[in-house]
Design a protein around this ligand. Structure first.
Ligand code: WTA
Length: 630
């Protein structure tokens, strides 16, 4: 995209209950932000002091563009902040993890003390397998407590984990194992999803035929009778635990030592191994969990993400445990065995803070209001969203049907690379449907043109970060060039790859990925905008739009639409949808073609893969589709 472009902005806003604001961890956002801007290092210095350090830092930040170091020469172990300090204090018997199997029949609870003991034992188990500081360990597991234990056990001994989401297939797994040169793989025989089993170990074995770096495999066996293991290479999770000593001191890590690698799919080429480090990441994940979600001692917190994604790393595992809250984890699909499953868990467990993705919200919308209406959701206090633009219709539904018009919604914009929330509407600030909001205290986020100049309100541009932040990626594993590309695309800025626009109040609306832009007759059209307009029609559940080469206009818009339950597409519907988009965005954004489909291709993390639709439409190769769901 060469030019900036005009965007029509919604004006609607919701004012929060003043009581929410008064009681919030950050009761005065503008003031908190000003304080941060006055002294960024002082701000982060104060936050970092809330965690456990073995050795204090000499310097908060060292910025040698584009390379940053945070908490220079400081030493810590993130598990001391996530486990030991809680287990040694008032939170010893507080539930750290409440896990439920799909459908909610099975439940396991780990207190902070119990989780600490489990982690220490498994850390010793890893040592028995020859894993030490700096070694890479791949974790390919279902959403079970052992997945979290495995991550924390790696962190305990300074091994670098690379979690691969359990929905990935053998090729994707092998690529990631080899890129990280993982020495040990931790997996399970099966995952449970929609009442069926997913044969994780079999998939892993297929991958392992191509991964000479892997020496040993730990298998959590869940099924009965137990599957046979290969004694030369595989070891049972429980046997390893039984053989391991109970106590394991937390290894002292340099703040800049790597904590984990997590792969993210670039728009082109092989997946990128995003490297996060021990110190800055811990501080960023901790601060944002505490302040953006406004976590209080009595909260029951549920983030529906899998730790196979960054959202799971920062907001299922490290952030919430560092804060010392109770984390709910539920395996399986949120709409199984029925579309009320998710809301039943909220009621049964008394969930107070709920964090999910727009794709899930739209799915629940599609099922209809009667499902959430069956359950008492009055414990909910804060709602969060992440991963894609939360279109105004989904915002309204979430706000009224789930939050009862009472709960603030924090729509959080961030990325695998940023490690932590970067922009949102802090609790207490006015919420504007469609807008994420402003930069969180601690981050400097802006919308700029190609030269790095801020664009005026109402003009779309590139979403960038201007200053380094503690949880920022420190590199792309084995590929410095790809790391530098984040910082040398737009002068002086970290380029996120998203398009966005600000309104007069400085609120940011994320329009979608820069590569999802369609140029129609010389006009830049954001896919998200057209999709949002389509979804605002009563008949539409979800929409994805792509550009199709057009001899006249350069590109024409084609829309793929799924309809709400009970809606049958008749001859008139396409015309009606076209008129609806025209009314909302103008004639230039009207789809030339609308196709009704049962479902849209999505990544396992719920992002619509427009590239797959486009390739299918144009008879091209879709490229790397390892992240495609099912
Ligand atoms: C998109 C997920 C709009 C965006 C944490 C970003 C969002 C990409 C939002 C990163 C949001 C994330 N509103 N878009 N609140 N949050 N995105 O690495 O395009 O899986 O660049 O990290 O998701 O995806 P990732």
């Amino acid at each position: 995209m060469e030019e900036t472009f005009a965007v029509k902005l919604e004006k609607k806003r919701y004012l929060p209950d003043p009581r929410c604001r008064a009681a919030a961890r950050v009761p005065d956002y503008p003031r908190a932000y000003r304080e941060f801007m006055r002294d960024p290092e002082g701000f982060w210095d104060r936050v970092a002091r809330e965690l456990v350090w073995f050795k204090p830092w000499d310097q908060v930040r060292e910025w040698n563009y584009p390379y940053a170091k945070w908490f220079v020469n400081g030493q810590l172990n993130i598990t001391a902040s996530c486990l030991d300090r809680h287990a040694a204090g008032d939170r010893k018997d507080k539930p750290a993890i409440i896990w439920r199997g799909e459908g909610g029949e099975e439940e396991r609870v780990f207190t902070y003390d119990g989780l600490r003991r489990e982690v220490m034992r498994f850390a010793n188990g890893l040592k028995l397998l020859g894993v030490g500081k700096g070694d890479r360990v791949c974790i390919y597991m279902p959403l079970v407590p052992e997945q979290v234990v495995a991550m924390l056990a790696c962190a305990r001994i300074g091994a670098v984990h690379s979690v691969v989401f359990g929905g990935f297939g053998p090729d994707a797994l092998a690529t990631r194992i080899n890129d990280a040169a993982a020495k040990v793989l931790i997996t399970a025989d099966v995952a449970y999803r929609r009442g069926k089993t997913v044969p994780l170990r079999e998939i892993a074995l297929e991958a392992l035929a191509r991964t000479p770096c892997v020496e040993r495999v730990v298998v959590l066996r869940r099924e009965h009778p137990k599957v046979d293991l290969d004694p030369d290479r595989e070891v049972d999770y429980a046997d390893l635990m039984a053989a391991a000593a109970p106590s394991s001191p937390a290894e002292a890590m340099d703040a800049e030592d790597p904590l984990f690698i997590l792969y993210t799919s670039g728009s082109t080429g092989a997946p990128k191994g995003i490297v996060h480090t021990c110190g800055g990441y811990a501080v960023g994940a901790y601060y944002t969990t505490k302040c953006v979600f406004d976590i209080k001692e009595s909260d029951v917190y549920w983030c529906t993400a899998d730790p196979g994604w960054i959202t799971g790393h920062s907001y299922v595992v490290y952030g919430p445990l560092a804060v010392g809250t109770t984390v709910v984890i539920v395996e399986g699909a949120p709409d199984h065995p029925d579309p009320g499953a998710c809301w039943r868990q909220v009621r049964d467990l008394g969930v107070t803070v709920f964090y999910t993705a727009p794709t899930a919200i739209r799915m629940f919308m599609r099922y209809g209001d009667r499902w959430p209406a069956k359950y008492d959701l009055s414990t909910l206090r804060v709602l969060g969203s992440v991963g894609e633009p939360l279109n105004p219709e989904a915002f309204e539904w979430y706000y009224h049907r789930i939050g009862g018009g009472r709960c603030p919604i924090v729509d959080t914009w961030w990325q695998t690379e940023t490690g932590m929330h970067m922009a949102t509407t802090m609790i207490g600030e006015a919420m504007k449907p469609g807008f994420v909001g402003k930069a969180v205290p601690g981050a400097v986020v802006d919308v700029v043109d190609r030269t790095g100049r801020p664009v005026p309100p109402g003009t779309g541009g590139f979403l960038v970060v201007r200053e380094p932040w503690p949880a920022m990626l420190r590199g792309v594993h084995g590929n410095d060039e790809r790391y530098r590309a984040y910082w040398n695309t737009i002068p002086g800025c970290y380029t996120a790859g998203d398009l966005a626009v600000k309104d007069e109040d400085g609120y940011i609306m994320v329009l979608g990925r820069a590569d999802d832009l369609i140029v129609v007759a010389g006009h830049n059209i954001g896919t998200a905008e057209v999709e949002s307009a389509l979804v605002s029609h009563d008949a539409v559940a979800e929409a994805a739009v792509i550009g199709k080469p057009d001899p006249l206009k350069g590109n024409a818009i084609k829309a793929f639409v799924t309809l709400r339950a009970g809606v049958i597409p008749d001859d008139g519907l396409s015309g009606e949808l076209a008129r609806h988009v025209k009314k909302s965005l103008g004639p230039v954004a009207v789809p030339a073609e609308i196709e009704y489909v049962d479902r849209l291709p999505k990544t396992r993390s719920g992002k619509i893969m427009r590239r797959v639709l486009r390739a299918r439409e144009l008879g091209m190769d879709p490229g790397d589709i390892s992240t495609l769901e099912e």
